[in-house]
Design a protein around this ligand. Sequence first.
Ligand code: GLV
Ligand code: MN
Ligand code: MN
Length: 418
Amino acid sequence: MTFHDLVVNAERLLADLRDLSVFGRNAGGGIDRASFSAADATAREWLAGRCAEAGLEVMTDAVGNIFVSSPRLEEGIAHHPAVWTGSHIDAVPDGGAFDGALGVIAAIEVLRTLHEAGTGLTRPVRAVSFSDEEGSFAHLFGSSAIARGFGVDQLEAMIGRDGARLAEALPSALTVSLADAAAVGPPPEGVAAYVELHIEQGSLLEASGVPIGVVTGIVAIGGGTVRFRGRADHAGTTPLDRRQDAGLAASEFAVALPALASATSADAVVTTGIMRFDPAGSNIVPGGAEVSVDFRDVELERAIDLGNRIAASASEIASRRGVGVEIEFEETVPGARMNDAVRGAIAGAAAGLGLDAIDIRSGAGHDAQNMALIAPTGMIFVPSVGGRSHSPAEYTRDDDVVRGASVLLRTVLALVRG
Ligand code: GLV
Ligand code: MN
Ligand code: MN
């Protein structure tokens, strides 16, 4: 048998995807698996066990990225630039079972299939699971560390969604220091190519009836937190015109955002996914309010421009309402164009399997946009039922999962051949 005749083991792939979904599953059926949480730790342990059973080797770097390799396939070529494939196993709060998990499990299945077939590859293939893609601490954290790097001071300043400091969460989860984490970067030999299989998370593929999307590019993403500071007062005795109501400032700000995005471009979107009042009591005028902001556009300059307008709007609302404001935005992550050769390899792989494919743009962020900074990069999308994602309703049919992994296997083989 030649490598070209290989097929993934559909049953094993689907079973692993189901088994991974147990970790962090909540009573409502959603998945709570933030990076460096207890659920993440058990998922990592399970993943390492599955790899070890298959004879694969697992290495975790100092920011929690997991690399899986086949010693047998790498004999004599271990230091050559490798083809990487993967995604992430962390999930948004109350997330679904496919976002990220599909790309990691399919990558391991591809590597396992190649490993079982024996030797003869001219480049190493590595499966990778990037840590904290969903930004419990920083959006696309693990791949950012590899492609762009973090200084110790940046790592020091990272506060998680639940208020924990990365400086405590990371060393206790991985027994590493922040200096170790700051030293993470691209491998010295480089990366030959990166390809990621992911669910679409939108409804274009389903609507077009086409099973495979060849991603053309990924949006730029910016955002962070805006904090309004007013004064806590009695809800019954403080006249309306004497209040410094941070909650109302935050609410007005959130309502104003969509118009700012629409005025920037037809592609721009903005979301306030978190709003917290402090104190939060039904009979207290909120003295403090915190709002998360996530803004995106296909063009980096437009995304940055939108970020500036959002900041200006927060300042204007705050000064008109007599409250203070503090704006803390992360550096806007640039979008990325996918590499033509990798796109060609994906399209060729789909055609070779008799599957229709269409070009598609990603409105979601992916580790691929960081990997595009250091390697020729591409992404394969498979349909999301109803376009649902970042929700327990997220679902991709078994046939589509298997099709996606099959296209991934053939793409990886094409990239190994170069
Ligand atoms: C990642 O899922 C993102 O697009 O935020
Ligand atoms: Mn996601
Ligand atoms: Mn994802």
